[in-house]
Design a protein around this ligand. Structure first.
Ligand code: SAM
Length: 289
């Protein structure tokens, strides 16, 4: 049983590994990897190479997207018997667009401790240098591969006011940027972070519409796209809104009154609709009393 954990069953450590620069491994990650009973790895060859670099030799088990349900059931008894296991993926933080969710869920359900060994993640690294607001962000992961599905998916994100973060593969980066320009608008501020922490790290900033051109053929490697959220919806002047709504609702059906008010005041229909419902309740209440 590990000296880093003090529980009667076992413990799963979710260990972040470098996203390119081996010096980014933490001292704690190395200590845990040295002492666990086994390491669950997305690709055992890659993890063996990483461990060898740091002169670590632990038994490895493969846990990847194609076997993770089965493997989670296989290793749970080890944990329940008191073993300390580490979960790592090829790069960055496990479970972040990476395998591990079924295992962590199974551990939680079985009462096995799960502890993070934090470290690199491409999403946080890109966000932290983007110059875009970081107080609220929406990690959207990988966009759908086909353009039609990707456009629909982007359309659903178009109103999101938090900063948007995407992962994308190199062979789709240009097509994805084209769709983003079309659906989210060319003017949004954005950052394209390529090969973070590696020799050819490139961080491009500017309007979304300028990024393809700025990439100028540098489309090899790994990418994170960070895109400004939508502008916050314009807040209506309540007195003006109510005046229009009440006047029109007295003459027209609710839907028409809402549409017309939205048009006249340049507001979103659902914004006006919410208020119209409140007005309706108010009138219904006052006519009963
Ligand atoms: N779990 C990882 C993490 O915490 O960042 C992400 C794994 S996901 C399968 C791989 C994707 O992350 C890549 O396709 C790319 O979008 C992004 N990524 C990983 N390393 C990167 C790097 N060094 N620079 C830019 N993006 C990177």
């Amino acid at each position: 049983m590990s000296s880093l954990v003090s529980n009667k069953t076992g413990c799963l450590s979710v260990v972040a590994t470098p996203i390119g620069n081996l010096q980014d491994i933490s001292a704690r990650a190395l200590a845990v990897l040295r002492q666990v009973d086994r390491v669950m790895a997305e690709d055992t060859r890659r993890t063996r190479a990483l461990l060898q670099h740091f002169a670590i030799n632990r038994p490895l088990l493969a846990l990847h997207e194609h076997n993770e349900d089965k493997m989670s059931a296989t290793v749970l008894p080890y944990l329940l018997a008191g073993e300390h296991l580490a979960l790592v993926t090829d790069a960055g933080t496990p479970l972040i667009s990476d395998p591990g969710y079924p295992l962590v869920r199974a551990c939680r359900a079985a009462g096995v401790d799960v502890t993070p060994i934090p470290g690199p993640s491409a999403l946080i690294s890109a966000l932290s240098v983007s110059g875009l607001p970081t107080d609220r962000f929406y990690f959207a992961g990988f966009p759908p591969r086909k353009s039609l599905a990707r456009r629909d998916w982007l359309a659903q994100l178009a109103g999101q006011t938090a900063t948007l973060v995407f992962y994308e593969a190199s062979h789709r980066i240009l097509a994805c940027l084209d769709d983003m320009v079309e659906i989210l608008g060319a003017q949004r501020q954005a950052t394209c972070a390529r090969e973070l922490t590696k020799l050819h790290e490139t961080i491009l900033n500017g309007e979304l519409g300028s990024l393809s051109g700025q990439l100028s053929g540098q489309i090899k490697g790994e990418f994170v796209l960070v895109v400004a959220g939508a502008d916050a919806p314009v807040l209506p002047d309540e007195a003006e809104l109510d005046h229009h709504l009440v006047t029109l609702m007295a003459e027209l059906p609710l839907k028409q009154a809402v549409s017309l008010t939205a048009k006249l005041l340049g507001l979103k229909r659902n914004q006006v609709y919410q208020r119209a419902l409140q007005c309706q309740h108010h009138f219904a209440g006052s006519s009963q009393s």
